[in-house]
Write a protein that binds this ligand. Structure first.
Ligand code: HEC
Length: 151
């Protein structure tokens, strides 16, 4: 009996907690603008790193590492907003396939998160060879997801 009460309490806590998270995107448009804003920040900082890797800009260890930190941190954010029912029409390039193939979409997201963490580690070491290869692996994870899930 006690155990049942505990389970019910846990279920209520979980429902409230999850509800609070989803309430953040009560309107599908909110989810769209959130995920696009996060992607724009990722794109800006990753682009700056790309300019350095392609030797269009000089390498500055601190600046490069700070861009890598932003990308690695932002990499965790846009996925929940990408799985909101009703957010696949209008001003968005995300296909509804993300919601239908949720596990695959989240696997692609995880791949990118891991790649961006590895890139951050390389940025901290300052090892140019590691930076180049980890940057390449991260860039690949962007395009794998974009190809599969963007219109
Ligand atoms: C797991 C999937 C996934 C990964 C990985 C991913 N993206 Fe995206 N990206 C998206 C989706 C989905 C959109 C479209 C969002 C929308 O239009 O609602 C998007 C849109 C964008 C946009 C356009 C934003 C806008 O305003 O329309 C940029 C820029 C971008 N991504 C950059 C990147 C870069 C750079 C990386 C890698 C460093 C990356 N993305 C990795 C899913 C991903």
């Amino acid at each position: 009996m006690n155990y049942t009460i505990k389970l019910v309490a846990l279920a209520i806590i979980l429902t409230v907690a999850c509800g609070a998270v989803w309430a953040q995107f009560a309107k599908p448009e909110d989810a769209v603008s959130y995920r696009k804003a996060v992607m724009q920040v990722i794109g800006r900082h990753f682009g700056q790193m790309g300019d350095v890797v392609k030797e269009r800009q000089p390498y500055d260890k601190d600046a490069f590492e700070s861009d890598a930190k932003v990308v690695a941190m932002m990499a965790r954010l846009p996925w929940e907003a990408s799985l909101v029912p009703g957010s696949y029409d209008g001003d968005t390039t995300l296909k509804e396939k993300a919601l239908k193939d949720r596990d695959d979409f989240l696997a692609a997201a995880r791949q990118f998160e891991d790649a961006s963490q590895n890139l951050l580690t390389a940025a901290g070491s300052g090892d140019q060879g590691a930076i180049k290869s980890r940057f390449g692996a991260t860039a690949k994870s962007c395009s794998v997801c974009h190809k599969a899930y963007r219109k």
